[in-house]
Design a protein around this ligand. Structure first.
Ligand code: AMP
Length: 306
């Protein structure tokens, strides 16, 4: 499929469905089968997906870290041009259907600060698809690839409602950065301005300014230059049409369970039943605290608060 510069407005959803069906038919997508459980802690019904043994074998075959899977990408996974700087691809090893990766056309490092162009791409994605957009900044934030990739998951039945949604209610969209009382780990959040999900408003610069406010609010250093490619410390950045959340990270794993942005939305992925039991014993919220603060020892924090 030829790479155009821009996405024709209003076409991403239909193109995604069509390209995903085609990729499945030709075997380009290798979905990882999972079963699902719910573990509640602090009143939040965390979703936990457990990889089936077949999936573990499949994921073991995933691209080695020395190969860049996004440059060149597999043409069977191409979905659409997002902007002159970004392309949408299908996630080859998806757990949730229609998981999009929005990658930079030229190599940029995943640990670099997001640019205004990245924020424009995020907003184009969210305007076209009501979903959860997220960014895992670096390996300690759960990223497995070093080529810059934003991600977007449609909020269909498999993911909605996001378990964390209920903690991120803002009385008004006043753009104020704050903290959600129900989230017991370092973070900063803000309401999303509904005007930004309007293609005519071209709000990449506004989202970029908010993103940098969130970085500052959690104490991460920010290069004030709009096009900066400065590396940052690891963090997860999550955006929906209603809110934004940024969480600084100190480590990737809790008791061997790799944690990325999705876990902060309330959706964990574990490799097997043993990891499921570990999460049940300590509690998902405890796991999130551990990988942000990195101070609480899992053994000390094993007593769960319901
Ligand atoms: P992350 O692990 O958050 O850095 O996201 C990278 C995603 O890329 C993972 O979810 C992988 O499933 C996906 N992936 C790995 N190899 C490929 C590939 N060759 N084409 C498309 N997606 C891939």
């Amino acid at each position: 499929m030829a790479e155009k510069d821009h996405l024709p407005p209003g076409t991403l959803q239909a193109t995604l469905l069509e390209r995903a069906a085609q990729a499945r038919r030709c075997g380009a997508i290798q979905s990882l089968p999972t079963t699902r459980e719910v573990i509640e802690q602090n009143g939040i019904p965390f979703q936990v997906r457990i990889l089936e043994s077949l999936a573990i074998k499949q994921s073991a075959k995933a691209s080695p870290s020395t190969v860049n899977p996004f440059l060149p990408y597999d043409p069977d996974l191409f979905v659409a041009p997002i902007s002159p700087t970004h392309l949408a691809l299908l996630n080859k090893f998806n757990v949730v259907e229609h998981h999009l990766l929005i990658v930079t056309r030229v190599f940029e490092d995943q640990q670099c600060q997001l640019t205004q162009k990245d924020c424009e791409a995020f907003l184009i994605g969210l305007t076209e698809i009501d979903g959860l957009a997220f960014y895992n900044a670096g390996p300690e934030a759960g990223a497995s690839q070093s080529h810059k990739h934003l991600q977007l998951m449609p909020l269909h039945h498999a993911l909605a409602p996001l378990p964390i949604d209920r903690l991120l209610c803002f009385p008004q969209a006043d753009g104020m950065v704050g903290a959600a009382p129900g989230l017991p780990f370092p973070h900063a959040c803000a309401p999303m301005d509904p005007d930004w999900i309007n293609p005519e408003k071209n709000s990449g610069a506004s989202l970029h300014a908010s993103y940098r406010k969130l970085l500052r609010a959690v104490g991460l250093s920010v290069d004030p230059t709009a096009g900066s490619h400065m590396p940052t410390a690891p963090y997860n950045f999550l955006i929906t049409r209603k809110w934004m959340l940024l969480v600084p990270r100190s480590r990737e794993c809790f008791e061997g369970i790799s944690i990325n942005a999705l876990a902060f939305a309330g959706a964990f992925l574990v490799r097997d039943k043993q990891q499921l039991e570990t999460l049940r014993r300590f509690g998902p919220m405890t796991a999130l605290q551990y990988v942000t603060e990195g101070r609480v020892s899992p053994n000390e924090s094993g007593r769960r608060s319901k």
